[in-house]
Ligand binder design. Sequence first.
Ligand SMILES: Cc1cc2nc3c(=O)[nH]c(=O)nc-3n(C[C@H](O)[C@H](O)[C@H](O)COP(=O)(O)O)c2cc1C
Length: 397
Amino acid sequence: MGTEPIKIQENLYYLGVNDRQTEYFENMWPLPYGVAYNSYLLTGEKTCLMDTVKVSKSDEFVDNVKAILKDRKLDYLVIHHIEPDHSGSIPQILDLYPDLKIVGNKKTRSMLNDYFEIDSDHFIEVGEGDELDLGDRKLTFYLTAMVHWPESMVSYDAENKILFSQDIFGGFGTNDGAIFDDELDYEVRRTEFRRYYTNIVGKYSQMAVRAINKLSSLEIETICPVHGCIWRKQPSKIVEDYTKWATYEVNEGVVIAYASMYGNTELMADQLARYLAAEGVRNIEVFDVSKTHESYIISNCWEKKSLVLGSCTYNNTVYPVMSNLLNVLKMQKLKNHVVSVFGSYGWSGGAVKNLKEFVEEGKFETTETVVEAKGRMKDEDDQGLRQMAKEIAAKIK
Ligand SMILES: Cc1cc2nc3c(=O)[nH]c(=O)nc-3n(C[C@H](O)[C@H](O)[C@H](O)COP(=O)(O)O)c2cc1C
């Protein structure tokens, strides 16, 4: 048997599954608290499934669908987003209900063929503002292209004020018994939601703002995303957070991310952190890039105005793990930050030069002071760090 069906309201069920086995989301982002793939089932006059789940969870998912539908057939499958963590069980659903009609937009149609070689005669193509009449409910579709795939779209049930929001308003973390926002402590989970946003959606923040603005004209009482919890008590909470993240709203705070093999650069990072605290700066976090996955560093620095990057030199360049962080920061289009740099070298250097190039290319605001120590830091380097702390404090406080 499957798990007990969870009713959201009359004729609407939650069909999410928890994945605590996958170590890395998209084989890249660590999942210490797992992730949920959410799907929803409407069982009014017509039956309609909203997305599916990752293929590794298809047995559990299909059992749950069958447990709710019993001997009813499935009339529609709406595909809001075709990334495989949501589309992976489409073939199993089609095997079970071969007559169902698939609902998606023009891009969904071609991607369905690309990924599953399904060019269904039963495909219903919808565009911006189109409606699907399910008898007792009507769904209106809104395209949210590039948040975060080209075919991404949402649907809205105006009468019941429900938004099926696909990845938008989602987060990392499984739904541990608590499915609804009023059943869990969002403050505890917030950092995992932010890590999801900044690393999965962050690059597309401009499009996310556009989508949020478009949806803001809708009266929304319940948000049903495909990751994370269902928002029925305070949907405004997650809308506010997503808006904050998508508009790069930053607060006072500093992230110092350093790369160090033998402790010389690390010492400078700790010294700078101490000087910042003495300047009255609050919310300072120091990360060793070799220890902390970049997704945590990016998530942490997203809301803090100052980012300081420090690296030892390795074969004439910045340390490779730091180079990876720089690449991901570039990819995620970090903005609105004051970025400062420092480092240590043994003979001809290279790391600080690369860090400066990163600052220039990203057109970041920066501090005048750059500290580059030969080997262990000396008095003048120490003075430089003290000065850097003053300049950062002046810019962010
Ligand atoms: C494998 C290796 C490669 C290095 N390559 C360079 C280099 O190309 N140029 C340079 O100036 N220093 C180079 N160094 C020296 C380090 O940058 C220097 O020792 C620095 O102080 C190390 O900082 P850390 O203690 O924070 O690791 C290298 C050191 C190691 C161990």
